[in-house]
Design a binder for this molecule. Structure first.
Ligand code: P6P
Length: 339
């Protein structure tokens, strides 16, 4: 990743205030929304770090909408974001991986002009083994900017190209916040000594091609022939190959590495997941906006992810995301144009 390390001491709030100029229509409401969101991320980061010390490891006795066992930290993170965001008056509706339908703003609170979609804790299967997990978020304007009423499912089911901003927090060796509002990708690193996110990498750009592919090869026998041929191709000793395989099993972490080093991250359809496993609204759209804003490419193997018109909150899509030349080559194989 070619990026400018910054010498200026810029917090994320200062950065958002500076970016305010890009959104002439935005009032302080947008800055307030992000201030509340970064508070939630700081609280989640604190408890992820202490997960082994307090009773947030392990599983709850509940199953989420996807039939997956909900981890205590999943539920905790979901609750933290809801409680940080429900009363600020910036949002008219929310949606989360952990909630079946839309999340209403409580009646006692004012409704704002933004919509927040989020995966509170991505990678929960990695929580108990101290492996990088993350939070993914996506922000839209509501369809009727004049309304002060509750938002509804139509406000949530917007295509990714209409996102106002998107990003993720990566709880790894450091807590990193990667954010875009459509004017490039900026990286902030959490400094616990001051309790704030500081701008550490500005206007990140991805390599046009990488040397790493990231996919769960355990699914190889379930893939299409084109997908098998592509991965076989990456392992041949020719054309600058073989590539290295890196797969953490947390999309946020695999995308963060891809953003940094280039290459390709994939979750293709297979016989178990005919539409792929990753969710369009609160996983793929925000991650796709980050990848595109850094000069990469993000498709479902054919169509731009950000152009997919959603019909359901939890719908899935295939994911081919990363360096432009790598994703283009994958598409040729997957669509049968490359033997
Ligand atoms: P698999 C984590 O549970 C997740 O939703 C993504 O973060 C990750 O990329 C994917 O599932 C991993 O799925 O089937 O490879 O374990």
């Amino acid at each position: 990743m070619s990026f400018l390390r910054v010498s200026r001491l810029v917090t994320i709030e200062r950065h958002i205030a500076e970016e305010q100029g890009f959104h002439p229509s935005a009032t302080g409401e947008y800055s307030g929304l992000l201030r509340d969101l970064t508070l939630a991320l700081r609280i989640i980061a604190r408890d992820v770090r202490r997960a082994g010390l307090n009773d947030v490891l392990g599983i709850t006795d509940s199953i989420n909408v996807h039939g997956e066992t909900v981890k205590k930290l999943d539920e905790f993170a979901n609750e933290v974001i809801f409680r940080a965001m429900d009363h600020g008056g910036h949002l008219c509706v929310m949606a989360s991986e952990e909630s079946k339908g839309i999340i209403k703003i409580p009646d006692e609170y004012a409704k704002g002009k933004y919509v927040l979609l989020f995966d509170p804790l991505d990678g929960s299967s990695n929580i108990d083994v101290n492996t990088t997990i993350g939070t993914i978020f996506s922000i839209y304007r509501r369809l009727d900017p004049q309304s002060t009423e509750d938002g509804d499912e139509r406000d949530v089911l917007q295509p990714g190209y209409k996102q106002v901003a998107a990003g993720y927090a990566c709880y790894g060796s450091a807590t990193t916040l990667v954010y875009t509002s459509g004017h490039g990708v900026d990286v902030f690193t959490y400094d616990q000594t001051i309790g704030d996110f500081l701008l550490t990498h500005e206007k990140v750009r991805m390599p046009k091609q990488g040397k790493i592919y990231s996919v769960n090869e355990g699914n190889y026998t379930l893939w299409s022939d084109g997908m098998k041929r592509y991965v076989d191709h990456l392992k041949k000793q020719e054309h600058g190959k073989p590539y290295s395989l890196r797969y953490i099993g947390t999309a946020v972490a695999d995308i963060h590495r891809t953003l940094h080093y280039g290459g390709i991250f994939m979750y293709p359809s297979d016989s178990r997941y005919p539409n792929g496993k990753l969710r369009l609204l609160y996983e793929l759209n925000p991650l796709a906006m980050i990848i595109e804003q850094a000069g990469g490419r993000a498709t479902d193997g054919m169509n731009r992810i950000l152009d997919i018109i959603p019909t359901e909150i939890h719908q899935c899509a295939q994911a081919f995301m990363g360096s432009e030349l790598d994703v283009l080559e994958a598409e040729l194989f997957v669509n049968g144009h490359h033997s």
